[in-house]
Design a protein around this ligand. Structure first.
Ligand code: GTP
Length: 336
């Protein structure tokens, strides 16, 4: 089976990090996000197609050098074609039943079980659904048994037909591509699913973990989920001897930490944290944090430096930015 990873959006909600790299390459627990999709791929997936508009050259170069154990073709879209247009654009590479996945979701989907479900129902499209407490920001399905009877994108709370939401994982027969007009932007969620509901669309429920990683809060949720799922670790050559560590945390090699770290903190390689506090946050590589700074619910870009006594909450700081001592940033997006 082939897999199409739809990974070419602008990732505006993770800016300024996505000004330097596509969202698929934003490090999540110190690995490019897109690699989590490869961790769970069954052997039956022998060809992966990555559909990209924004960040094409970086993704092409990444897959040229990364060994992901699969034949990968990165296909460029010259203009953004949306989540369905991206599939139409790779039609020439599709040779049969294929899976499609959003590149910015991490989860525990068993693709083999999903494929068996798809074959059993025998329709041209299946989507995986996940139960959430608040479905308002998602595509929400109404079901009769496993059959989807309606699909509503981002409904108001009172209009949501259930708490089961589109997990961004699909299995399609190639005929689905006939429902997608060529050469223009087309949304799978807004234009194609409503038509597929009439044709026959089935929803596969699963459990384990699922998290979108495309916004600051969902990125940090995905990070917490992965840390809790056993990916916490302090590298042997990281020096945390003088730190107060509240597990779970992930600390890469070459880090030096004196302050309070965690829970749910991730440090990329070569970070230096003075007598500061870092919790529920991701610091990419070579970030320095001076004494008395406090960082929470934030992502700090590579090579950034945070001055003494600065307070950062719900903030994204771009690569290489210097935050002045005693600055107070709440809900900020800071680029150089
Ligand atoms: P925001 O700008 O923050 O909304 O992010 P986004 O552009 O990535 O959009 P969204 O999170 O809704 O996209 C869901 C998935 O589809 C992500 O994996 C995106 O990379 C991908 N995607 C969105 N639009 C396009 C597109 O026009 N082309 C391609 N190839 N992928 C897209």
């Amino acid at each position: 089976m082939q897999l199409v990873i739809v990974a070419g959006g602008f990732g505006t909600r993770l800016r300024p990090l996505t000004l330097q790299r596509p969202k698929a390459l934003v490090p999540l627990l110190n690995r490019p996000q897109v690699l989590y999709l490869f961790d769970r791929l069954p052997d039956s997936v022998d060809h992966v197609i990555v559909a990209v508009n924004y960040g094409y050259a970086q993704l092409r170069d990444f897959f040229r050098s990364a060994d992901v154990g699969r034949n990968v073709t990165v296909v460029e879209e010259e203009t953004p074609l949306g989540t369905a247009g991206a599939l139409k654009n790779v039609e020439g590479h599709i040779g049969g039943t294929f899976a499609a996945m959003n590149g910015d979701v991490i989860d525990s989907l068993d693709l083999e079980a999903f494929h068996r479900f798809h074959r059993r129902h025998g329709t041209i499209a299946s989507l995986a659904v996940w139960r959430v407490d608040d479905p308002t920001g998602f595509g929400v399905v109404a079901l009769e048994g496993a059959r989807v009877t309606s699909f509503v994108e981002k409904p108001k709370r009172e209009d949501a037909p259930s708490n089961l939401v589109n997990a961004g994982r699909y299995i399609f027969e190639p005929e689905v591509l006939d429902f997608i007009p060529a050469g223009r932007e087309v949304s799978l969620e807004k234009e194609v699913f409503p038509k597929l509901v009439i044709e026959g669309l089935h929803a596969f429920r699963y459990s384990g973990f699922w998290s979108d990683a495309g916004t600051l809060s969902t990125f940090l949720h995905a990070q917490a989920v992965l840390l809790e799922a056993g990916r916490a670790h302090v590298a042997d050559d990281a020096d945390v001897a003088r730190a107060t560590v509240h597990a779970p945390v992930l600390v890469a090699g070459g880090c030096f930490v004196e302050g309070r770290l965690g829970p749910h903190a991730v440090l990329g390689p070569g970070c230096r944290i003075g007598r500061a506090s870092v919790r529920d946050a991701a610091l990419l590589d070579h970030v320095s944090v001076d004494d008395k700074a406090e960082i929470s619910r934030s992502i700090i870009g590579a090579g950034a430096s945070i001055g003494e006594g600065a307070v950062l909450e719900d903030t994204i700081v771009g690569d290489g930015v210097h935050v002045a001592p005693h600055a107070r940033l709440v809900g900020a997006r800071v680029s150089g």
